[in-house]
Write a protein that binds this ligand. Structure first.
Ligand code: ADP
Ligand code: ADP
Length: 226
């Protein structure tokens, strides 16, 4: 089954805005997939629906063959989400943030501690495990959010504009972190409005504009058209 399968997804917000007007896409296991589009295109709405934060108006979503509408909790266990805004407690330590997050998702404490060390090391944050997270740099905070999402060992990692507003150094560091995660077997989907980011990272992509997918396919084929 595809890592993510979306059919004719529609979303109309209460104020009448049609954010998604019938979106269909498949993301295969192991893929690195970008959803590229300008502000207001509907990217966050799509990610919000897939991660169960936003209710869809119509359509179907399944994660690794698990239907989101009928088997929500099971589908959610396949997903790691990295939101756009930094949303951890700045007065907690990175180690505690990771261990508590895993605990919330039912990972036993001893296992959570082992995983937290592993994830902090891969994020180059092990030496920061016990500092107050508010003292971390912007790039470190972003990497901590990725490490946190990986604590549940998701099959599918979803990132909403992971590098929006960060400088090129930090962006490059995050790109290499994401490439490593994908190389280790995790399917990745990210939203971005930087063509350069999609070009650097992804194998396949969809271009979305005003709630409609306007192009879809391998990055290479798309670049050849431009
Ligand atoms: P993107 O992530 O590509 O910038 P969004 O999904 O955030 O796009 O937004 C798509 C459209 O839906 C925009 O017109 C936006 O103003 C509108 N929108 C987003 N969230 C809401 C909301 N909670 N209520 C009403 N309209 C919204
Ligand atoms: P910031 O996120 O504030 O820019 P850095 O990206 O410089 O911080 O990361 C802090 C430390 O982690 C640095 O010493 C850097 O060498 C190391 N580091 C970060 N990303 C990588 C990477 N992809 N490969 C090797 N070392 C890295």
């Amino acid at each position: 089954a595809p890592a993510l399968r979306i059919r004719d997804l529609r979303k109309t917000y209460d104020n009448g805005v049609q954010a998604l007007k019938g979106v269909s896409l498949d993301v295969q296991p192991g893929d690195f997939y970008a959803l590229l589009g300008p502000n207001g295109a509907g990217k966050s709405t799509l990610i919000g629906i897939v991660s169960s934060l936003v209710n869809k108006s119509a359509g179907e979503v399944s994660v690794s063959g698990i239907d989101l509408a009928t088997r929500r909790d099971e589908a959610m266990r396949q997903i790691g989400l990295v939101p756009q805004e930094i949303n951890f407690n700045l007065f907690e330590k990175p180690l505690d943030i990771l261990v508590n997050y895993a605990g919330f998702y039912g990972v036993p404490r001893a296992q959570a501690l082992v995983r937290a060390e592993e994830e902090l090391r891969s994020a180059f944050l092990w030496d920061k495990a016990k500092v107050m997270s508010r003292t971390l740099s912007g790039g470190m905070k972003r990497r901590l959010m990725i490490a946190r999402a990986m604590m549940t060992r998701p099959r599918l990692l979803i990132l909403d504009e992971p590098t929006a507003g960060v400088d090129i150094e930090i962006r490059r560091g995050m790109w290499s972190t994401l490439r490593e995660i994908n190389a280790a077997g995790t399917t990745i989907i990210l939203t971005t409005h930087y063509l350069e980011e999609a070009e650097n990272l992804c194998r396949n992509l969809a271009i979305i504009d005003r709630g409609v997918i306007v192009e879809q396919g391998p990055m290479k084929a798309l670049l050849a058209k431009l």
